[in-house]
Design a binder for this molecule. Structure first.
Ligand code: R5P
Length: 289
């Protein structure tokens, strides 16, 4: 098995290779002055099970095209099998046409990546899709960082109230709370556009002097967390922690969350300084399964 770290996930790929006791190599990726990608394998892939590791952030479009190019090249060069690991799989939130004549991008992203023999991802945003076979024809494996997040919370904030900031987050909030033998408080969100959401914190919970952990699959602009944090502060909670599987963090999300006094933590599906939860062993353990 040859594990190849592509642009966004070199460090994670190295760590996966170490846990899987597999060979590691980088993919040489250059851009021509006009922006076209130029890729080159640094090791012979003939007869190998090639594992390409790349998360969809930053530069999701570039990531997608380079995953397709790398998969097809490996196959043309005689690789026995190609597995894509997209620890953070982009485009999954575009799972319906929200406006007339809009592209349902997740569908075409799936079609493009069907060139691989298998795709492994962590906590994909499955909302209107119930499973990955609705997006991909190729074999898929869906892993979850929930147990690792629960372990992190259990070690540091044992008695915290676990909050899912919106209905879609129940998959993380409830499962994580269950592992901690708690119940999660799942809020409801109304989204107006990418940066405007309305979320109402529940009145019936006794928030005063409690630690609160908000959990979700993705923190992007941070607004889904910012709205409840503002209200929780008025309810005089003690500490607020925001934990996401995927720290997409755009538009100064972390700065704005920290300004409100929240501490931000994520996994290393996207490599960040806030990545305190390591998923490499989880991926390595599941590579051969
Ligand atoms: C969507 O429902 C996702 O689960 C996240 O809640 C969302 O992507 C977070 O986005 P933002 O940080 O921009 O509010």
């Amino acid at each position: 098995m040859l594990i190849i770290g592509m642009q966004n996930s070199v460090k994670l790929a190295k760590s996966i290779a170490k846990h899987a006791k597999a060979q590691f190599s980088e993919l040489n990726s250059k851009h021509f002055p006009d922006g076209e990608s130029n890729l080159r394998f640094m090791k012979n892939v003939k007869g190998q099970h090639v594992v390409l590791v790349n998360s969809f952030h930053p530069n999701p479009n570039n990531t997608l095209i380079e995953l397709v190019f790398a998969t097809r090249t490996a196959k043309d060069l005689g690789a026995k099998k190609v597995t894509i690991i997209a620890p953070y799989l982009g485009y999954m939130r575009q799972d319906k046409a929200f406006h007339p004549n809009e592209c349902v991008s997740s569908k075409y992203m799936g079609e493009l990546l069907n060139c691989a023999d298998k795709l492994i991802t962590i906590d994909p945003h499955l909302h209107r899709y119930k499973n990955l076979s609705q997006v991909f024809k190729t074999k898929t494996k869906r892993l979850s960082a929930n147990a690792l997040i629960a372990e992190h919370i259990n070690k540091r904030h044992k008695k915290a109230i676990i909050v899912g900031p919106d209905g879609e987050s129940y998959q993380w909030a409830e499962h994580i709370a269950e592992k901690l033998h708690h119940h999660a408080v799942v809020l409801r969100k109304k989204r107006y556009n990418s940066t405007t959401v309305r979320i109402k914190v529940k009145e019936e919970v006794d928030w005063k002097n409690k630690d609160v952990v908000l959990v979700d699959d993705i923190i992007s602009t941070g607004h889904t967390m910012i709205e409840p944090i503002k209200q929780l502060k008025q309810k005089k909670v003690r500490n607020i922690y925001c934990i996401a599987v995927h720290g997409v963090f755009v538009l100064d999300a972390v700065k704005r969350l920290e300004k409100l006094g929240a501490k931000v933590i994520c996994t290393n599906t996207i490599e960040r300084k806030e990545s305190k939860i390591d998923v490499s062993e989880l991926v390595a353990e599941n590579l051969q399964k």
